[in-house]
Write a protein that binds this ligand. Structure first.
Ligand SMILES: [Zn+2]
Length: 237
């Protein structure tokens, strides 16, 4: 009995997607720390706004929890024409694919442990920070530069805290209480899932089964750098 087109479709195409592609993601994908997101209970029931003094979400309205290392391919799933043209993507946005078993979802946070990026922020020094250090937004691999306006603070005047790589400790007397400074660090890129173009994509598989089984296909996610996310709808950081 010759292979019918029906069989070819089910064996070659569908099972490639669910099994081979999951394997390809695992073997060729980058390591990613995946954290689930959920809304924070500080959100005001009337206004719908998060509390900017909230110790849990720090006013971002979302909390992240349950970190797990997964793998992800940082490009389109395949060459089919349902890929977004890269040129139309927003600044700081990319596409990636995760295994179908990893149910990464909207607003979840992904930290790329094998990559490094530069991140800059402006901070205020307080005398209370002398011992513990000033808290940064992200863990620092290295400090590239610390400046007060254009004055470069010498690198022997500060260090990453040996207890917490998210803090910078200054030599006493380097900065005064209330001084503003800017810092450029090297850190692991952190992204937020902003879209799942094919969330409801799945397929029936009949391979080896008498009854068809519904399989979820590998997930393609659109992600955006967390530091480039709008704070509120329409507001830029
Ligand atoms: Zn909160």
């Amino acid at each position: 009995m010759a292979n019918s087109g029906w069989n070819e479709e089910n064996f070659a195409r569908v099972d490639f997607y669910t099994d081979e592609f999951d394997r390809a993601v695992y073997q060729k994908g980058a390591r990613v720390i995946w954290e689930k997101s959920m809304l924070c209970s500080c959100i005001d029931p009337q206004s719908g706004q998060a509390d900017f003094t909230c110790p849990s979400c720090k006013g971002k309205a979302f909390i992240y929890f349950d970190p797990k290392e997964i793998r992800a391919l940082v490009y389109g799933v395949d060459n089919r024409n349902d890929n977004q043209p890269v040129g139309l993507l927003d600044v700081g946005t990319s596409l990636l694919t995760t295994r179908s078993s990893d149910l990464v979802s909207f607003r979840d946070r992904l930290t790329f442990v094998d990559y490094r990026t530069a991140y800059s922020q402006v901070l205020t020094y307080s005398d209370e920070d002398e011992v513990e250090g000033v808290l940064l937004k992200y863990q620092a691999d290295a400090i590239i530069s610390v400046k007060n306006l254009s004055y470069e603070i010498p690198s022997d005047k500060y260090k990453i805290s040996p207890d917490d790589s998210q803090r910078i400790i200054f030599e006493p007397g380097t900065l005064m209480d209330g001084d503003r400074f800017s810092i450029l660090i090297r850190t692991r890129p952190v992204y937020i899932v902003i879209d799942m173009p094919h969330e409801l994509r799945g397929t029936f598989v009949k391979f080896g089964n008498a009854v068809e089984e519904w399989n979820i296909l590998p997930r393609q996610l659109m992600i955006k750098r967390e530091d480039l996310m709008p704070l509120k709808r329409g507001e830029l950081m």
